[in-house]
Design a protein around this ligand. Structure first.
Ligand SMILES: CC(=O)N[C@@H](C)C(=O)N[C@@H](C)C(=O)O
Length: 705
């Protein structure tokens, strides 16, 4: 359907396609130091990138290598070596510590059956994982593939094969003489959204020489192991174990699941105890890891802890930060540390971390707990640490108007962090037609939280640079989901395309977002549907006062809890928003609790404490209903576009359907787009691009552009 007068489908699709050409970095490795025949020292930096391919309808992955000549402290010369090469069929790959070997986890279809192989790239002898006990290696939350320090063994995580079940009453089809078997499935809980095939992971060790695979014994039956690595001298394994008794709950985006750091001694098979998200120091003496409370908000301010391998002492290096410190540090919010994060002298730990709406590179001194930012003085938007090896950091930087680039730089000596200098290996083009700024807000006195007074929040505003004289901009408001997550000043495809189409976009980090201190997070549970809604509206009203915007042309777009907010906003401010787009929105907490993989989320965000044997009282269900968008649905006038994923376990599609039916009954314009084979994120290439096009056209149509 053609867009009325603004931009036609063809032009929007062209803009979208155009912006899809910017790839994103997903991995970087620093190879060993090589001395050239002229005496110069260099290393290879291997990088992997992903890019949406709209024609092939897939995210393609390619690699590119760079050569970096350096002395001890600085990069002397750098440049690409060789061309980009597409990576196909590889699920995971990892170089051995010396760089001499490479293990590759590959997927291929043999006689119609999908199989996974482990290859040792040096000898090309493929080890086929077809044991009766285990199958399906994976590369998600649990996943890891780690070489032993001796390079003789490879450790990985695999899923236990479930025994086949058969009906007591098998039926024989006499026509084609084939036996039809009805498979009964015994219900076994899985790890929820995007991890539905993950239920009973096990740790496996592959002996490189013999190709023998051993499934590790001695791991408690009530935990699921993952994120494992070899202990110093390869005597045992360290891993994170997530408890799955009495039942498993969704793990994706849920850093609050009960988990501990475990050690299994390979000789005795005995399991000790400890705590979670671990990285071993280069001198093999200490392990740093993150820790946060169980249940409560799904993402919180983390504690950075350290375990000394020899003294067996655990210490807190950086504690939870309740309110921003005087130097601006707001706490640690990274859910994962990069695979390597230690300085060469095993004294400092590096991480990328949201500090308000900007992702900075932070250096933590493990002996003093002092935190220094390497990037807070830079003009650019947000920084991601991809790797650090022998103090050579590989990072990526992007901003709302600049796609990700690739840089390297040496970590300065302690105390000289302000002298950080970067060398760009891969430049990107800033989009000259987009401008952006950060806006800070203090809620009005009547909206202050009495339990957590004086909190503030912020938003990122994107605007097309060129404005026709006398014209006013249409505005798309986007609150994030979670609700405990954050929108940082980085490259986002959809906002860049909207801006190029002529929209201004407002990304709101309402109170409850990550990156502003633990008090900010804790201020929201119990107040969802009011505090977050009012913060978003306050930000929108403040922005409209700037005068550049057309108040009659405001749309709201959000997914998940962001969809919850979008639906609340159109219910609580019925005249205000002229179009609404909601991806897998939470519309009714009291009906969601029985079918989501995160029932604890419904209880906690409604303002109650969760435990696994909770008895739901009518009063709790009433509160859940009262805090839900469905409560305000009778006031809605805004046309709503719903986009639902058939396989969503997080906010099951019934939530969107419930809202759809209510709007239909009220004769409010509503359209439901159904995406089979997609889960909560609707992130398959075709679903994402179709969702974008439909959202853009819906907004154009209902804002009468
Ligand atoms: C913890 C969690 O997944 N909450 C959902 C309700 C949610 O809002 N998810 C966000 C992060 C999303 O965009 O999927």
């Amino acid at each position: 359907k053609a867009a009325p007068c603004y931009l036609d489908n063809f032009r929007i699709a062209q803009l979208y396609r155009d912006q899809c050409r910017f790839p994103a970095l997903c991995r970087a490795d620093v190879g060993p130091v090589i001395t050239s025949r002229y005496g110069g020292q260099y290393c290879n930096v291997y990088t992997e990138w992903t890019q949406r391919d709209l024609e092939r309808n897939e995210n393609v992955k390619f690699c590119r290598q760079y050569i970096v000549f350096h002395d001890d402290k600085s990069v002397v010369y750098s440049g690409p070596s060789g061309n980009c090469t597409e990576i196909k069929g590889e699920l995971l790959s990892v170089d051995s510590p010396s760089g001499d070997m490479k293990a590759v986890l590959r997927e291929s279809t043999i006689k119609g059956e999908e199989k996974q192989f482990l290859e040792n790239r040096q000898s090309y002898s493929a080890a086929v994982q077809s044991d009766n006990l285990v199958c399906s290696l994976f590369s998600d939350q649990f996943g890891c593939m780690v070489w032993s320090h001796s390079e003789t063994h490879l450790l990985y995580v695999a899923e236990k094969k479930r025994p086949k079940t058969e009906s007591y009453f098998q039926v024989t089809n006499t026509d084609d003489h084939t036996k039809r078997t009805c498979f009964l499935m015994i219900h076994s809980t899985n790890w929820g959204e995007a991890l539905v095939n993950k239920s009973s992971p096990v740790l496996c060790v592959l002996d490189i020489e013999s190709s023998n695979i051993t499934v590790l014994e001695g791991i408690p039956a009530n935990i699921s192991p993952g994120q494992a690595f070899w202990s110093p001298s390869d005597t045992g394994l360290v891993f994170v174990g997530w408890w799955h008794e009495p039942f498993r709950l969704g793990l994706k985006y849920c850093a609050n699941r009960r988990s501990s750091l475990f050690y299994v001694d390979l000789a005795s098979g005995k399991c000790g105890n400890a705590v979670c998200s671990p990285r071993l120091s280069p001198d093999h003496c200490r392990i740093v890891y993150m820790e946060c409370g169980i249940f409560g908000p799904h993402q919180q301010c983390n504690r950075l802890c350290m375990y000394d391998w020899y003294t067996k002492q655990t210490s807190v290096v950086v504690d939870v930060v309740q309110r921003a410190r005087e130097d601006g540090f707001t706490g640690i919010y990274s859910s994962m540390l990069s695979s390597r994060c230690w300085s060469a002298d095993s004294q400092r730990v590096l991480m990328s971390c949201a500090q308000r709406c900007r992702k900075d590179l932070l250096v933590v001194d493990t002996s003093t707990g002092e935190v220094t930012s390497l990037t807070s003085q830079s003009e650019e938007g947000s920084w991601s640490l991809l790797n650090i090896h022998r103090d050579l950091m590989v990072v990526s930087c992007s901003s709302p108007n600049c796609p990700p680039d690739l840089r390297v730089g040496f970590l300065p000596e302690k105390g000289s962090e302000s002298k950080m200098s970067w060398v760009t290996l891969e430049e990107t083009q800033p989009q000259a037609d987009i401008s952006w700024q950060t806006l800070n807000f203090s809620p009005p006195p009547e909206e202050d939280n009495s339990q957590y007074p004086g909190l503030d929040f912020n938003a990122i505003l994107l605007k097309p640079k060129e404005m026709t004289a006398g014209s006013k901009l249409p505005l798309v408001v986007m609150p994030h989901g979670g609700p405990h997550s954050v929108l940082v000043s980085e490259w986002i495809l959809s906002t860049a395309v909207l801006c190029k189409m002529g929209f201004s976009v407002l990304l709101v980090n309402y109170r409850g977002s990550l990156g502003f201190g633990q008090d900010n997070i804790l201020s929201l549970p119990g107040n969802i549907g009011t505090q977050d809604v009012k913060d978003v509206q306050f930000a929108v009203d403040s922005v409209l006062k700037q005068g550049d915007f057309d108040e009659q042309k405001v749309a709201v777009v959000g997914g998940s809890h962001g969809g919850f907010l979008a639906c609340h906003l159109i219910g609580q401010y019925p005249e205000f928003y002229k179009a609404c787009v909601a991806r897998n929105p939470v519309t009714n907490l009291s009906s969601m609790i029985g079918c989501t993989d995160i029932p604890d989320w419904c209880v906690v965000e409604a303002g109650y404490e969760y435990n696994t044997d909770i008895h739901l009282e009518p009063a709790i269900l009433e509160q859940m209903l009262n805090k839900s968008p469905i409560k305000h649905v009778s006031k809605v006038k805004t046309p709503v576009l719903l986009m639902l994923g058939e396989d969503d376990k997080r906010v099951p599609s019934k939530q969107g359907i419930e809202y759809y039916r209510a709007l239909k009954a009220l004769q409010v314009p509503v359209r439901l787009l159904w995406y089979p084979g997609n889960n909560h994120s609707l992130s398959k290439v075709d679903a994402e691009s179709d969702g974008f096009m439909n959202a853009a056209l819906w907004i154009i149509q209902h804002l009468s552009l």
